[in-house]
Design a protein around this ligand. Structure first.
Ligand code: ADP
Length: 540
């Protein structure tokens, strides 16, 4: 407002000055009466003051000048005498309203000094101008705002249109840069930033998804039950292993879903005391040994439960224990026999010595047999690797007959081969050691468990990627109810039925194990008194 006031004062001063100079020009040729004629009716006030401050003429107080105050102390008059011009804005003491005064010195034709003063109403003019200015300012502010909002809207619409166009261009497979003029370069740049940011994000998401999938697969492929619980024993995550322990699939409280109280007790112990727990539990209903581990994740206040079924391990340990005690038992019998007969031999009459020595020899054979079988078993257990290599059937036949020559000779056994191989020279791709051990055990049994002249038929046939091998004998046969047991370690069908005291009950378990390593499964068909047939396949 001050600025407006200053500006207005300048304008007022300028017009008053022009008026004063005009009056100065016409003043010399005119009397007081003329002044009144000229200036009495105009808006401006004209005052003529002499050098002593006495008002000679005043257009507003014509003929009353003598009643007016001395004007020598008026600021504009003082300034005019001193500086050649004076300007002042103040409330008129004569008229009682705000006026702008301008005064200049004037010397008439007689050399008398006067002051010409021009004044005009200041307040109303100023107010008018100020109002006009304020109106205009408000008008311009509104106009500005209107322009601003219109432009903003225009920009918004423009941006939306551009985004639409970009989308259409992208959908149509065009390059965004192709469609835009120079003015839109920023939009293209912006779009590129968004695109690269988006593609980075997509890659990150893909990577995270892949990691998640891998983690899921790892968790689900582990053969132990894994469950993640929150602090209230609510299931957050669970894999599918050992599902028979649970009656829920996902979610819910652990103690509601877990079927066995023995497991719940272990888990509760860990969750209540907020500590790690590891315990072995035997579930009698399932006949299963389980190892339960609960790990407390302190930083998340969660628990990871792992349950591993170790029943097979425990059973294996049991088998090992039985195996050792069986070995001791098996070794003890022939050793006791040998010892007994050797002592008896010392005082035995000549006629008995032969039969005593035979018993000793049989028991030594048995010991040898047992030892060989044990060695075979431990060999199999230590190395389950297949050594497939081409070998002619003749070589296999030679090896078997060499190993069994004693049995074949003593029982006058006849072995009939039926070999049907693809190779003209009867070459097979087999693990030589394993196949000869299998055949040796099966043919040996076919000869031993036989009360007639053993006739053994061996058939080998190459079928696609495997060999089919059948060993058929005309021996004692195996009672139906015993067939399932003959592959168990140390199992022997009624010992009294043969003279084979050297048997250990380990031959067929070894055969079964070796056939398994060679990629096959052995089957038996047998009829008591008629004979037995062992059939199996081996991968090439
Ligand atoms: P072993 O011959 O040392 O007793 P095996 O494991 O080889 O042990 O055989 C187990 C039992 O199966 C034998 O005791 C025997 O009674 C029976 N058996 C095996 N092969 C035949 C066969 N070919 N004919 C009749 N019985 C057999």
């Amino acid at each position: 407002m001050n600025m407006i006031s200053n500006l207005y004062q300048e304008v007022a001063k300028k017009t008053l000055r022009e008026d004063a100079l005009l009056i100065k020009n016409i003043a010399g040729n005119n009397s007081r009466e003329d002044f009144q004629d000229i200036f009495g009716s105009i808006e401006k006030r004209f005052t003529l003051i002499d050098s002593k401050g006495i008002v000679i003429y005043d257009s507003e107080k014509y003929d009353e000048e003598s009643t007016m105050e001395n004007h020598s102390t008026r600021p504009e008059v003082i300034d005019a005498i001193r500086d050649g011009q004076g300007f002042n804005v103040r409330k008129s003491r004569t008229l009682g309203e705000f006026l702008a005064y301008y005064a200049i010195p004037y010397t008439d034709e007689y050399g008398e000094d006067y002051i010409i003063r021009v004044a005009r109403g200041y307040n109303s003019d100023y107010k008018n101008i100020r109002n006009i200015l304020i109106e205009q300012i408000i008008f311009f502010i509104i106009l500005n705002m209107f322009i601003h909002f219109s432009y903003k809207n225009y920009l918004k619409r423009h941006l939306f249109n551009k985004v639409d166009e970009i989308r259409e261009a992208l959908e149509a497979g065009s390059e965004v840069t192709e469609i835009y003029s120079k003015g839109d370069v920023w939009l293209v740049e912006f779009w590129k930033v968004v695109q690269s940011w988006q593609s980075k994000n997509i890659k990150n998401l893909e990577r995270l998804n892949l990691e998640k999938q891998i983690l899921r697969q790892v968790i689900s492929s582990v053969d132990m039950s894994i469950v993640l619980l929150d602090e209230n024993m609510k299931v957050i995550l669970k894999n599918e292993s050992l599902n028979y322990l649970y009656s829920f699939s996902q979610g819910g409280y652990y103690y509601q879903g877990m079927k066995y109280i023995e497991i719940i007790n272990v888990v509760k112990k860990a969750t209540v005391e907020k500590k790690d727990v590891k315990e072995d539990v035997y579930i009698s209903k399932l006949k299963k040994y389980l190892v339960i581990g609960v790990k407390y994740l302190e930083f998340r206040n969660q628990f990871i439960i792992t349950i591993k079924d170790v029943t097979r391990n425990r059973e294996m340990m049991e088998v090992q224990r039985n195996f050792i005690s069986n070995i001791s038992h098996e070794l003890k019998t022939p050793l006791t026999n040998i010892k007994g007969y050797l002592i008896a031999l010392e005082d035995a009459p000549e006629t008995m010595r032969g039969s005593f020595l035979k018993v000793v020899k049989n028991n030594v054979d048995k010991l040898e047999n047992i030892t060989m079988n044990f060695l075979n078993i431990s060999k199999i257990e230590n190395s389950k690797v297949l050594n497939l290599a081409p070998v002619s059937f003749e070589k296999i036949q030679e090896e078997i007959e060499k190993m069994l020559s004693q049995y074949i000779k003593s029982k006058n056994a006849e072995i009939i081969y039926s070999i049907n191989l693809l190779d003209a020279n009867n070459y097979m791709r087999v693990d030589f050691d394993k196949l000869t051990t299998i055949l040796k055990n099966l043919i040996e049994n076919a000869i031993i468990y036989n009360d007639k002249k053993p006739v053994i038929k061996i058939e080998i046939k190459e079928v696609y990627d495997r060999y089919k091998i059948v060993i058929e004998d005309n021996g004692l046969g195996i009672p139906k109810e015993e067939i399932d047991s003959i592959f168990e370690r140390f199992y022997r069908v009624d010992k009294a039925r043969t003279s084979n005291v050297a048997g250990t009950g380990l031959g067929l378990p070894i055969v079964e194990e070796l056939v398994g390593i060679c990629g096959g499964k052995i089957e038996v068909e047998s009829k008591e008194g008629k004979g037995s047939l062992f059939r199996f396949f081996m991968l090439k």
